[in-house]
Design a protein around this ligand. Structure first.
Ligand SMILES: [Fe+2]
Ligand SMILES: [Fe+2]
Length: 462
């Protein structure tokens, strides 16, 4: 429990205070990104370049779409940390040559590191799909990369993706599947999103608990991002704006044949051809059920800046087979209303050392912790076996066992209760409102291999 409590300090909202262990030697010697052009010009150049790259990739494919064998996913790479960049670079240069990879945001706020990371991945995978997370759109910390605001940084990222052959738009891939080795369409749909306080629809923690910070005090995005007026991330307008960009960008998606009409139908109502596979992804959460209830959070206000109702409505319309998300640094695999939701975080090195059992999903990212050479991202789909079986993960395992009870906002587990004040003279013993209420703590549901890591962290804390 102590491990989780400590590790909660390294949740995304306090990343600005997280120690960054970047070895200068892993930075490129010169920044490859120069924001000397206006965002509109950069965006236009990005579209042209993306189409150019995609045209190269589509060439030679009889169906007009690239064939892949497997689709993998990772989120929250945070390669500012040298260990994380080493981990990415240690992925096999040969094993994924026929595969595609989803990167669900939070690589770095430094565009040169984003470029270095995505370039490394692109050299290993046939296709790399990417959406920015909150860190990519920061302009206020170490550098703004010459971008005046977060929208300009978004345009710079699109330009970067275009230059590096990274997919920032929806695309149809093909896989050979089934008894007749039939060609199956695999749609991969990146969705831009931003968080909004309105996403948190669950009751607040009982007001007798004192000392809990509010979102403004702990959400780094509120001071690291700069949005041009009238956009304001606290009134939901940034969330709505980025969501609407998904429709605007449909016309920019590289499509062959009648794929554009099929994509439009998919976006509008989830209409797809029989046998089509749809995998969408975002950095932020489309549903509140994909994060722990606030009584389990070190900062109960966390859920005010993790998700988007607009994104949720979009995913509901799209009805993908799987939606991949990131941001919370909690491994997750859960079915909700016919959609499977996966969160495959890498997380920060110190998080992994303190609470691996709530970051991990399946066998990932075991090798990142052990810094071994052979590892894989999280498998989403393969031509030979289809969708993988359910992955063990701490919090989604917990919610597979227990119902969500957000109305229970009084009793806090000890790693949360320890942080906040309770007036025993007025309200009775603190011990009476502290505990798991007979439930097995979430970390016990993490993958078997991660339990040893948890016990080591406990030993270190003693
Ligand atoms: Fe992150
Ligand atoms: Fe994030």
């Amino acid at each position: 429990m102590l491990g989780l409590a400590r590790a909660a300090r390294f949740l995304p909202q306090c990343a600005a205070r997280t120690e960054v262990t970047l070895n200068r030697s892993c930075r490129p010697t010169t920044s490859l990104v120069r924001c000397h052009r206006g965002p509109a010009e950069r965006a236009r150049a990005g579209v042209i370049s993306v189409l150019g790259n995609m045209a190269d990739q589509l060439e030679g494919s009889p169906s007009g779409a690239q064939s892949v064998e497997k689709l993998w996913a990772m989120s929250d790479l945070h390669t500012d940390a040298k260990e994380n960049l080493d981990f990415i670079e240690s992925l096999s240069p040969l094993a994924f040559r026929s595969d595609a990879l989803i990167v669900a945001g939070d690589v770095s706020d430094d565009l040169s590191i984003v470029r270095l990371t995505l370039r490394s991945l692109r050299s290993k995978f046939a296709r790399v799909f990417f959406v920015p997370g909150n860190h990519e759109l920061w302009v206020g910390r170490r550098r703004s990369d010459g971008c005046g605001d977060s929208l300009q940084k978004l345009a710079a990222l699109e330009q970067l993706c275009a230059e590096e052959g990274i997919d920032a738009h929806p695309s149809r891939l093909v896989v050979s599947s089934g008894q007749a080795n039939a060609e199956v369409s695999l749609w991969v749909i990146p969705l831009l999103s931003w968080h909004s306080p309105g996403f948190d629809t669950e009751p607040e923690i009982d007001s007798r608990w004192m000392g809990m910070p509010i979102a403004d005090q702990v959400c780094s995005d509120y001071f690291q991002c700069k949005w041009p007026p009238p956009l304001n991330q606290q009134d939901g307008s940034v969330s709505d704006r980025l969501d609407s960009m998904n429709d605007e960008r449909l016309s920019e998606a590289p499509c062959a044949g009648d794929d554009r009409e099929k994509l439009a139908a998919l976006f509008e109502s989830g209409t797809r051809e029989s046998g089509d596979i749809v995998v969408s992804f975002s950095h932020f959460l489309p549903r509140i059920e994909l994060t722990p209830e606030k009584r389990y959070l070190y900062f109960p206000c966390l859920n005010k800046f993790v998700g988007s109702l607009a994104l949720g409505a979009r995913v509901s319309r799209l009805r993908p087979d799987i939606h991949v998300f990131g941001h919370t640094h909690f491994g997750w695999d859960q079915d909700l209303d016919g959609v499977r939701y996966l969160s495959p975080p890498v997380g920060y090195p110190r998080e992994r050392s303190m609470r691996m059992s709530t970051i991990a999903i399946g066998g990932f990212p075991e090798a990142a912790e052990q810094q071994e050479q052979a590892t894989e991202p999280v498998l989403v789909w393969s031509a030979s076996a289809g969708f993988p079986g359910k992955y063990p993960a701490g919090w989604s395992g917990f919610y597979q066992q227990y119902l969500r009870e957000p109305h229970q906002a009084l009793v806090l587990p000890d790693y949360v209760a320890d942080r906040y004040q309770w007036d025993e003279k007025r309200h009775g013993p603190k011990a009476a409102v502290t505990g798991w209420q007979g439930k097995t703590p979430a970390w016990r549901f993490g993958p078997e291999w991660s339990q040893a890591s948890r016990l080591r962290a406990l030993d270190r804390s003693r």
